[in-house]
Design a protein around this ligand. Structure first.
Ligand code: AMP
Length: 280
């Protein structure tokens, strides 16, 4: 093996742009304009490999790439042993079992004997076998949701995020087969790598904001209650009398609640800043 670490990411589809974005935020500098299969990073001994999302588990398993970013659904479907280093918080979806809205079926047990169309035949077969339910899987690469209308299947198992595509196609969800999101994967026995630390720092930072404000001395107690931060907030006296600069890290999801409370407590000149990377 060379000293260069290869990381495989999807070359198209909905995981492609967020994967490029994640690696850039992690500090890798690389081109995407040439549409080459493999692109060297300019600032690290790393090569970015652009390949199909469903090939990535196999490529990582075979050590063609030491790391990969792909959907957990595709990792399960590939059936090869890899390590999920971390979930990345994008590409969230569910593999959902559904029937035509006119069907009387309401439970997964009633799938017994049905033809089930899916783009994930291995996962679906394992799911029904585990439950002792006998189905015939019909493997399709795309347009799974039209299979019942074409009478090539009685039910489907397909990926959904909002569920609106299923509704538009007159399908009713019955059960969730698998929850998925994008993940960083490696070989099970991979050595620790700076890539893992860099990516983890971006993922941790995405859900956080750095909040900076000015406050009079008598407001500090209340502000500390509102933003305890990872530890205590940083409090630095300003040059003018009795004023302090207060800084803390706050959950991005909490900002809607925290900002009015800070203002109410007497904070002013409140700044909310994104955090690029964070190692807790
Ligand atoms: P794509 O290449 O765009 O067809 O999608 C590849 C991967 O994106 C899937 O295997 C999932 O991991 C993920 N994904 C996230 N949301 C959805 C969705 N609503 N439908 C299909 N795939 C999704």
């Amino acid at each position: 093996m060379t000293d260069t670490t290869r990381i495989a990411i999807p070359n198209k589809g909905r995981l492609s742009d967020p994967s490029v974005d994640l690696l850039r935020k992690a500090g890798l500098v690389f081109e995407t304009s040439s549409r080459a299969l493999s692109v060297p990073a300019r600032n690290m001994p790393v090569e970015v490999l652009f390949v199909r999302a469903d090939d990535i588990p196999e490529l990582v398993h075979d050590n063609v790439a030491q790391f990969g970013i792909t959907g957990l659904d595709l990792v399960t479907e590939a059936g090869v042993e890899t390590r999920v280093v971390m979930e990345l918080g994008f590409g969230r979806c569910r593999l959902t079992a559904a029937v035509d809205e006119s069907s009387p079926i309401t439970s997964i047990e009633e799938f017994e004997g049905l033809r089930v169309a899916t783009s994930h035949p291995v996962t679906v077969c394992d799911f029904f076998t585990d439950k002792g339910i006998d189905v015939t899987t019909v493997a399709l690469k795309g347009s799974v949701e039209v299979a019942p209308k074409l009478d090539i299947a009685d039910a489907i198992v397909d990926l959904v995020s909002s569920g609106s595509t299923m509704m538009i196609n007159g399908l009713r969800p019955v059960a969730t087969v698998l929850e998925s999101q994008a993940a960083l994967i490696s070989r099970p026995d991979a050595d620790p790598s700076p890539i893992t630390t860099m990516v983890r720092a971006v993922v941790a930072a995405k859900r956080k904001r750095y909040v900076l404000m000015n406050a009079p001395a008598d407001a500090i107690g209340a502000i500390e209650q509102i933003i305890p931060g990872a530890e205590a907030p940083t409090i630095v006296p300003l040059t003018h009398d009795g004023m302090y600069s207060v800084a803390s890290v706050v959950d991005a999801d909490e900002m809607w609640k925290v900002l009015p409370e800070l203002e109410e407590a007497g904070a002013s000149a409140i700044l909310v800043l994104p955090i690029q990377q964070m190692i807790p």
